[in-house]
Design a protein around this ligand. Structure first.
Ligand code: ADP
Ligand code: MG
Length: 615
């Protein structure tokens, strides 16, 4: 295993003077920070006011993009082109988010419930990765302007409960934004580091991180031992945050003064006034304002009454997390407050009362995560001599999937030893053998990566496409030996192989591979998105054909004709079209066939009923 630092411009190995930035990619707000003279510095806007970049993206009709404060104002008059809360979509399929789609003012595609979601803006389709990359590009240019030098490496934070797909999506977004993402760090871990916890190897502590942001609440219980953070438990509520408090204040005023809200702009104005009042009440006893000639007032006491039920819910989550970790409040050594909403005095006092201890609120709760990410980045850069870097995999390891795409199973910079598994299925009916090609590298197409091994999983019992459950497991031991296991879980067929990923590759070569992946990130992603759309399109054509065959007894001639015509268009788009053209054709075919598919289901159910003997 190697601990290497690569100069991305020259491709040479560098040992010192590295700048790696820390990024808090938030649901509501994002920030970027770096270390100067050993201390974290938050990069602020050119006016030096705030470090927060609202995580909002606006697409002008001419396709130009703005991010942050400039995008936020478009929420009122052009919600369909103003994308917020992208973090909620990362690594999610449509069926994952269907229950809260109504919270979003923009269009989420609902073509295949099990695939990753896409957002439609006009005639373009964006993945959450594309969207997050826009936010990251904004942060990257903000710090590059502040420091007047290029920045290429970053540590990005994610919630402790993010799964592999969500973490991988965050990594990909970084890469697309031209950043080499050295590590994905848990937000509560970053917050702890910002408070200096976990920086000395002999420290042993249990920490609670209470994070109440704009739209989400998370409580994480962490254990630090030997300089390693372990997440003991997480709990929370993905729909509880400052936004709910703003809405509660709006409802309070509307009720108390019998306000008539005439239009969307009034509604938005009142919401912004409510947020202003909420923030003011964190320091003063009451707040007054004028709304369309009507004086409005709210006291801290009134606000606290509105707040109470929300805080109760967070305390219940804290209790649940402790229970999962088999701990009592008294076992917690430190409590850290994170997120803008923890500025509210009542929130602090209730949390402190629950744990029976003072909470940490010395640092700005908006900034702790980014500051901690910068500290983690500094550790990775090797600038903190007292801290040891754990052994990591220098390049990603994965396998080839349909269309020659690289599917990463162990991402680079993962601590070793480690083991990860992913499940796949077949794309052809009755497939008996599966070739598994193992690759190393950062590019999205395997042809640009390094092939390590290839073997065949044979004797898969014949099943229709999509039915076999194929699990590929990568096990990397402390000496860097990779063992790859392939199994078909339904039948228990298994095969394995051993590989030495680092064999025959030197640091220069690794440096070149990394450099190439950043240089080609944008074109690679375009090819990847096109290949994925083509794969999806081909599958749709295949299932449309099957559908006609299986339902020939009731489908009308002109219906069959229309499906054939739309399939023809899709086939053409797959062969010669762009990603967006393929996506449009998929949408067209879907829109036409969905009602027919419902009808088919009814016909089948009716048929099944008829078949039953009812006497
Ligand atoms: P996220 O982590 O979800 O991106 P943040 O940590 O940036 O969110 O928190 C944003 C929330 O904090 C908003 O709802 C904002 O109104 C709230 N907030 C910021 N300052 C204060 C304050 N002084 N008092 C109460 N709420 C605040
Ligand atoms: Mg946050």
């Amino acid at each position: 295993m190697a601990k290497i630092a690569i100069d991305l411009k020259s491709g040479s190995i560098k040992k010192e003077d590295q700048l790696i930035v820390g990024i808090d990619l938030g649901t509501t707000n994002s920030l970027v920070a770096y270390i100067q003279n050993g201390e974290p510095v938050i990069v602020r806007d050119p006016e030096g006011q705030s470090g927060l970049v609202p995580s909002i993206i606006y697409f002008h009709p001419d396709h130009s993009v703005v991010v942050g404060h400039d995008a936020r104002q478009h929420l009122i008059h052009d919600p369909g082109r103003t994308i917020f809360s992208v973090k909620r979509l990362m690594g999610k399929s449509y069926s994952d988010i269907a229950s809260y789609e109504h919270h979003l003012g923009y269009e989420i595609l609902n073509d295949d419930k099990d695939r990753l979601v896409k957002v439609r803006v006009g005639d373009r389709f964006y993945s959450p990765i594309d969207l997050s990359a826009h936010i990251l590009r904004k942060l990257k240019s903000r710090i590059e302007e502040a420091l007047s030098k290029p920045v290429e490496k970053a540590v990005i934070t994610v919630p402790a409960y993010f799964n592999d797909a969500q973490r991988q999506a965050t990594r990909d977004a970084g890469k697309l934004a031209g950043l080499d993402v050295l590590r994905i760090v848990n937000e509560p871990t970053a917050a702890s580091l910002a408070y200096g916890l976990g920086l000395s190897p002999e420290e042993q502590k249990t920490i609670a991180v209470y994070d109440l942001g704009g739209g989400t609440f998370d409580i994480s219980i962490l254990r630090i031992e030997d300089g390693v953070f372990e997440v003991l438990a997480t709990n929370g509520d993905t729909f509880l945050g400052g936004d709910d408090l703003d809405n509660a204040i709006v409802a309070f005023w509307t009720d108390k003064y019998g306000l008539k809200i005439a239009n969307a702009s009034d509604k938005q104005t009142l919401r912004l006034e409510a947020e202003r009042a909420k923030k003011a009440l964190s320091v003063s006893e009451y707040h007054t304002l004028d709304f369309n000639g009507q004086p409005l007032r709210i006291s801290r006491e009134e606000f606290e009454a509105l707040l109470e039920p929300f805080v109760d819910r967070t305390i219940l989550s804290c209790a649940a997390a402790l229970k999962d970790a088999h701990l009592k409040p008294a076992n917690i050594h430190e409590i850290i407050m994170v997120g803008g909403s923890t500025r509210i005095p009542l929130v602090k006092s209730r949390v402190s009362a629950f744990f029976g201890k003072q909470v940490h609120d010395e640092l700005d709760p908006d900034e702790v995560v980014a500051a901690g990410a910068a500290i983690q980045a500094d550790i990775l850069a090797g600038n903190r001599k007292d801290l040891l870097l754990l052994d990591i995999t220098p390049l990603s390891l994965g396998i080839e999937t349909v269309g020659g795409l690289m599917d990463v199973i162990i991402p680079r910079n993962t601590k070793v030893p480690c083991g990860y598994a992913r499940q796949y299925t077949t794309s052809v009916d009755g497939q008996k053998n599966l070739k598994i090609s193992v690759y190393q590298g950062e590019r999205d197409l395997v042809t640009n990566n390094r092939k390590l091994a290839e073997f065949i999983l044979s004797d898969i019992p014949p099943m229709p496409a999509g039915i076999p459950k194929l699990e590929i497991r990568f096990q990397l031991n402390a000496d860097g030996i990779l063992q790859v296991f392939a199994s078909e879980l339904r039948s228990g067929t298994t095969q394995s192989i051993m590989v030495k990923p680092q064999y025959g590759i030197d640091e220069e070569e690794m440096g070149r591979m990394l450099l190439d992946s950043i240089r080609h990130a944008e074109t690679d992603m375009v090819v990847k998105a096109l290949t994925e759309a083509q794969n999806e399109g081909r599958m749709m054509v295949h299932s449309a054909g099957k559908f006609i065959q299986q339902n020939s007894n009731w489908l009308e001639e002109d219906q069959v004709g229309e499906i054939r015509r739309l399939t023809g268009l899709l086939n053409e788009a797959v062969d010669t079209g762009t990603k967006d053209e393929i996506q449009t054709s998929i949408e067209g075919l879907n829109a036409y066939t969905t009602p027919l598919a419902h009808r088919a289901l009814e016909v089948h159910v009716a048929g099944a009923m008829r078949g039953q003997a009812i006497k």
